[in-house]
Write a protein that binds this ligand. Structure first.
Ligand code: DP6
Length: 360
């Protein structure tokens, strides 16, 4: 009999430089139509997830940001169902069969414009792997995380990460890998300009499918993105900021063009996002040596991620401060990827088998 122990995993979001948009499979495999590349962010933004298995727990129980989610409910959201499936799958590989208590929290507000599903799913599978004593490899964990949320597979690694799209129907060759360690280009920074902290109107899961089904422009996207992957890999290898900036802006614009071409149209960018786009082009075009100093990229939301290097941070911040729609700025460098946390970081009170009470 294994002693009841709490295991806590910490993972961070990632920001895609070449985006994943459009899937081959919509039954929960989340296999993409193109490969993608991302930066795993540092712990400025993170999800902490504690898990414990015990025969004293009557049924699997999950708390996300203080709210109890009924994962056994038939009406549960798609993501919750995927989470339950992965929990059951991982438990089926283990000798530990007891019910689970899972407590997960983000240190950033859910509406901060930073994808919490990626760090959440990565922290969960990372913690489950240890708690269930599975010793699953990182590559396989990325396949597990992908089945909760596609982009989560890239948060299993630190540094610069590539998600290989794969071609197999079972998705076993659709996994992530680190292509450059965090130490390769330490000066690289993501300056996140929050222009709207509200929940997005159309979830990315719905958007992926709608675009593939209805956009004519989308037909060109997978091949375009694959070229972008090669370009970004070279730009990072050579620390070529000019090439990196240009390539990521074109890829973000290309993805958002297919969104607009979706029927009915999907528009995630707002006026402030557009102002950032124009201002950043002006700034880049005013460089005396003609080299771009930063590039924007937007996920399925209006908040800008500006990728630059430390040398240009102040210039970018100054530019953003002059835009009235920018409500907040968050900065994150490249992170190391998930880790098992120490006892102080636990979110579970082992005596009461409940979430720890915060003294606020
Ligand atoms: C625009 O990973 O959120 O952020 O697989 O349905 O969970 P699901 O979608 P999700 O899609 C993210 C898309 C994106 C681009 C990216 O992160 O590559």
């Amino acid at each position: 009999m294994v002693e009841t122990q709490v295991v806590t995993g910490i993972a961070t979001p990632n920001i895609a430089l070449i985006k994943y948009w459009g899937k081959r499979d919509y039954t929960g495999l989340n296999t993409p139509n193109n490969s993608s590349i991302s930066i795993t962010l540092d712990e400025t933004v993170k999800t902490t997830t504690s898990v414990v298995f015990s025969n004293k727990i009557k049924k699997d129980t999950v708390f996300i940001n203080g709210i109890k989610e009924d994962i056994t409910n038939k009406k549960a959201s798609e993501k919750t169902v995927y989470m339950k499936n992965i929990l059951n799958k991982m438990r089926s590989y283990s000798n530990i069969k007891e019910n689970a208590l899972i407590v997960s929290e983000n240190n950033f507000p859910s509406g901060a414009g930073i994808a919490s599903s990626a760090s959440g799913a990565a922290a969960l599978v990372f913690a489950l792997n240890k708690a269930l004593e599975l010793k699953i490899t990182a590559k396989e964990l990325s396949i597990m995380a992908r089945q909760i949320s596609g982009s989560a597979c890239r948060s299993i690694f630190g540094g610069i990460v590539k998600w290989n799209k794969g071609i197999r129907e079972d998705g076993l060759d659709s996994y992530s890998e680190q292509i450059f360690p965090e130490s390769h280009w330490k000066e690289l920074v993501d300056i996140i300009a929050i222009v709207d902290s509200g929940k997005k109107k159309i979830s990315s899961s719905i958007g992926h499918e709608a675009t593939v089904k209805t956009s004519t422009l989308y037909k060109e996207r997978p091949a375009f993105a694959e070229k972008g992957v090669i370009c970004v890999e070279n730009a990072i290898k050579n620390k070529d900021l000019d090439l990196l900036a240009k390539t990521i802006m074109k890829d973000s614009n290309n993805m958002h063009a297919t969104m607009l071409d979706t029927w009915p149209p999907i528009m995630y960018l707002n006026d402030s996002s557009k102002e950032i786009i124009y201002k950043l082009h002006e700034l880049n075009d005013s460089q005396s040596n003609g080299k771009y100093i930063a590039g924007y990229t937007f996920d399925a939301g209006p908040n800008a991620h500006i990728i630059t290097i430390d040398k240009h941070r102040e210039t970018i911040r100054k530019m953003l401060k002059e835009i009235s729609g920018v409500k907040n700025i968050i900065e994150s460098h490249i992170g190391n990827g998930p880790r098992i946390a120490n006892e102080k970081e636990t979110l579970i009170d082992i005596k009461n088998l409940s979430p720890v009470k915060k003294n606020s």
